[in-house]
Design a protein around this ligand. Structure first.
Ligand code: ADP
Length: 426
């Protein structure tokens, strides 16, 4: 196996974000859901292992991240990347600092960066302070986040409070001078006994320079922005092709379906737009609660239509309808009833010959992916920002390949369910 970059992301959508960046920068990338059991195939330049370790107890986050690291080491990765949120989402106890330190220790490395900057999304760092758009992180909505309230914009202070080692700063005046100057600053900080450098970054040019300065660092810790600058290092070292199509997916063929369990505003518009032109079947949570065999009914309905074009099966409903369901069944019960039904329907659709599938809703996608035994995703072309086509990786390699687009609630243009198919080779 020839994997160059091994990434550990502290949540699933963050992993997808990073994987998308790497593909755009020319690296063929797969995203694994949790630490894989098996090795993966060839022709992959980067692997992103997506964990759920952002807010778990620090010991658990460390143990999981180290397990991910071991797998990535076995896969032959030459450099490692710990990916966290561009708003540095963490609690007073971590987990960014403790996981970063544990990974460094395991790699025998003494120095790394901490750089959540993502200028195109308004996340910039100046004098070690993180800005969200025009305001400091601590003045942004993040100060009220239910799990990871961020009340201090000084990343040096925030990170220092999470680690045993020492944090320093590589200032923007140095970053502007380019990769050589940044590298020299890293050396000086390391000589002063620092283990982490928070690095200022205001633009994509800054990210490219910082990326170049990190070429020899065993571990990089960052948001997804720094991923822009790393592929170039592998190219300079002759390890990555100068220009390659990184988003090509195997052709899956097969019938087409959309499964929607998202009730977000964007999805409601997308469902409405698809219903006008394609057959659509509505899942009624009350029917599910009454014990009717809604799964069988949906599959019988689909069987007689799906050969003629894409079908839509949806539980998506307006806020009042959702509230009424939740009031009667309980929010969690309603959610799991619908998720289980949609997951079972998806399995049936795949048995009917579906090879291209869109799933709307984060939780819904989680349930569907689990039911299908999908353990990873080969990342393909982007449909809309943050939503690529992928091909599912399953442990059972005898299964026919399935193209999957997993769309979180508020992503995508109103015609998403109509236009997405044209991005797949048929
Ligand atoms: P999003 O990404 O838009 O948040 P999710 O799939 O993560 O979508 O969450 C939507 C939740 O709402 C799921 O648990 C789903 O099962 C549930 N749900 C979907 N349709 C209905 C409905 N009509 N009534 C109640 N709950 C619903």
């Amino acid at each position: 196996m020839t994997v160059l970059l091994g990434c550990i992301a502290d949540d699933f959508t963050g992993g997808t974000d990073l994987a998308g960046m790497l593909v755009k920068a020319g690296m063929r990338t797969v995203q694994m859901i949790g630490v894989p059991q098996e090795p993966i195939g060839d022709d992959i330049d980067a692997v992103v292992i997506a964990l759920k370790s952002r807010t778990t107890p620090a010991e658990d986050a460390i143990a999981e991240s180290l397990a991910a690291l071991r797998w990535l080491q076995k896969a032959g990765c030459r450099q490692f990347y710990f990916k966290y949120c561009s708003t540095f989402d963490s609690t007073a106890k971590g987990n960014i600092g403790p996981v970063g330190e544990a990974l460094m220790q395991a790699l025998g490395s003494k120095f790394t960066i901490a750089c959540p900057a993502f200028p195109v999304n308004g996340r910039t760092i100046y004098k070690g302070h993180l800005f969200v758009g025009d305001i400091l992180l601590s003045d942004s909505g993040m100060r009220h986040h239910p799990l990871t309230p961020m009340t201090d914009a000084s990343l040096v202070r925030v990170l220092q409070a999470q680690i045993k080692g020492k944090v320093g700063l590589a200032e923007h005046s140095t970053v502007l001078k380019g990769a050589e100057a940044i590298r020299a600053r890293f050396k000086a900080l390391e000589a002063e006994g620092c283990n982490f450098a928070v690095v200022d970054a205001l633009s994509n040019d800054d990210l490219m320079s910082i990326g170049a300065a990190c070429a020899d660092m065993p571990l990089v810790t960052a948001g997804s922005g720094i991923a822009l600058g790393l592929p170039q290092n592998f190219r300079r070292a002759g390890l990555l092709a100068e220009s390659q199509v990184a988003d090509a997916l195997p052709t899956t063929g097969g019938l087409r379906a959309v499964i929607s369990g998202s009730c977000s505003v964007a999805t409601q518009g997308q469902v409405a737009a698809m219903r006008v032109v394609h057959p659509a079947f509505n899942i009624d949570p009350f029917e599910l609660a009454r014990g009717s065999d809604v799964v069988a009914a949906a599959l019988a309905w689909a069987a007689s239509r799906i050969k003629d074009g894409p079908v839509l099966i949806y539980a998506t409903a307006a806020p009042e309808a959702v509230k009424a369901v939740q009031a009667q069944l309980g929010t969690e019960k309603a959610g799991s009833l619908v998720e289980e039904a949609l997951a079972a329907i998806t399995k049936g659709l795949v048995a009917l010959g579906v090879g291209q599938l869109i799933v709307a809703g984060g939780e819904t996608a989680g349930a569907v992916v689990k039911a299908l035994g999908v353990t990873g995703l080969r990342i393909g072309p982007e449909i809309d920002p943050g939503v690529p086509w992928t091909v599912g990786i399953t442990e059972d390699t005898s299964q026919r390949p399935l193209a999957l687009a997993l769309k979180s609630g508020n992503f995508g243009t109103p015609d998403f369910f109509l236009k997405a198919w044209s991005k797949l080779a048929s």
